[in-house]
Design a protein around this ligand. Structure first.
Ligand code: AMP
Length: 138
C-alpha cells in the first residue's frame, strides 16, 4: 500500500501567520507551487491556515490590499496523516473540492503538502486508487 508520506518530495512552502498576501504570492511563484501553509508564530511546525493561488487570485479580483494579512483570505487546513493510504488524500480532495492536502505527523506537526498532481502521474498510484475499495458511506 502506498502511503501519503511516500510521496512527499518537495519541501513545504510555509510562512508565518503574519505574512501578507503579497509575501505568499512571491513564495508561490518562486517555488512554483499552488499552496502555502501559514504556521503559528510560536511554533513553525503547527499549520494554522492555507493560502492557495486561487485565494491570491480572488484577493486581486476583489481589489484587496495585497500588503494586508494573508490570513484574511486563508482557510483552515484540511489535513491527512503521513501514514494514511493515498486514497485518503484523494478522497479528501474530492470531498472538499481542493487540489491540495496538508500532511501532518502523529503529533500534528507539518511535514508536507500533497497536490492532486502528485497523484496523477505514477501508474502505481493510479492503479491503487482505481482498485481501492469505495469509502464507506454513513
Ligand atoms: P486549490 O484548488 O487547492 O488550489 O484551492 C481551492 C480553495 O481550497 C482555496 O480557497 C484554498 O485555500 C482551499 N484549500 C486548498 N487546499 C486546502 C487544504 N488542504 N485545507 C483547506 N483549504 C484548502
Amino acid at each position: 500500500m502506498i502511503r501519503v508520506g511516500d510521496l512527499l518530495r518537495r519541501p513545504v512552502v510555509a510562512l508565518p501567520e503574519t505574512a501578507t498576501i503579497r509575501e505568499v504570492a512571491v513564495e508561490l511563484v518562486k517555488n512554483r507551487v499552488g499552496l502555502a501553509v501559514l504556521t503559528a508564530k510560536d511554533n513553525q511546525k503547527r499549520p494554522v491556515a492555507v493560502v492557495s493561488e486561487r485565494d491570491v487570485l480572488r484577493a486581486v479580483a476583489e481589489r484587496r490590499d495585497l500588503d494586508g494579512p494573508a490570513m484574511a483570505v486563508a482557510n483552515r487546513p484540511i489535513t491527512v496523516f503521513d501514514t494514511d493510504p493515498v486514497r485518503v488524500a484523494a478522497e479528501k480532495m474530492r470531498q472538499h473540492n481542493i487540489r491540495h492536502v496538508v500532511v501532518v505527523n502523529k503529533d500534528g506537526e507539518l511535514v508536507g503538502v500533497l497536490s492532486v498532481r502528485d497523484l496523477c502521474f505514477e501508474r502505481a498510484i493510479l492503479f491503487e486508487l482505481a482498485t481501492a475499495e469505495a469509502p464507506a458511506t454513513p
